[in-house]
Design a protein around this ligand. Structure first.
Ligand SMILES: [Zn+2]
Length: 157
């Protein structure tokens, strides 16, 4: 059998999102780092699982690794992602990686839509909670500042 005759996996509903271009970290949130350790800023990832119990602050995602460009499954913080949206995924590599997670069948279409909206809120909230009493650095490039989604000032007053 050649590869083209292999059956394609069934598409699955997941939540797609993008990695923030820059994230705020370090002492008093004064440091900016591009993307995450595993992913380039802007990289597209698929949420395979959400840790709702502790507050949805962590996720299992599938995406292409920063250095190798290979598809990896890894846990990351919800605040490192943005633009969550429901997505019916056909990409065989993603479906294959999903099968190695504890949510091998993905979500229902309804779940994917609800989760996308909830995770967008959580991501904003968790970004706002990074060193909330420290002003952002001058000309800050963090996702909150670039998009104006919420500023530290709103949370102080
Ligand atoms: Zn900022």
């Amino acid at each position: 059998m050649n590869e083209s005759s292999a059956p394609l996996p069934e598409p699955v509903w997941l939540v797609a999102a993008n990695v923030v271009t820059w994230r705020r970290c370090g002492n008093d949130g004064q440091e900016l780092r591009p993307g995450t350790k595993s992913f380039k800023g802007g990289a597209k990832v698929y949420v395979a699982r959400v840790y709702w119990g502790p507050g949805g602050d962590r996720l299992t995602v599938i995406g292409r690794a920063r250095h190798t460009n290979r598809w990896i499954v890894i846990n990351t913080a919800t605040r490192h992602l943005h633009s969550f949206r429901p997505k019916l995924v056909h990409t065989p590599r993603v479906v294959e990686r999903l099968s190695t997670t504890r949510n091998p069948d993905g979500f229902s279409a309804d779940q994917a839509e609800t989760y996308a909206a909830t995770l967008e809120q959580y991501a904003r909230q968790y970004r706002a909670e990074i060193s909330p009493s420290s002003p952002h650095p001058n000309r800050c490039l963090c996702h909150a500042c670039l998009t104006g989604e919420s500023t530290w000032a709103e949370h102080i007053h």
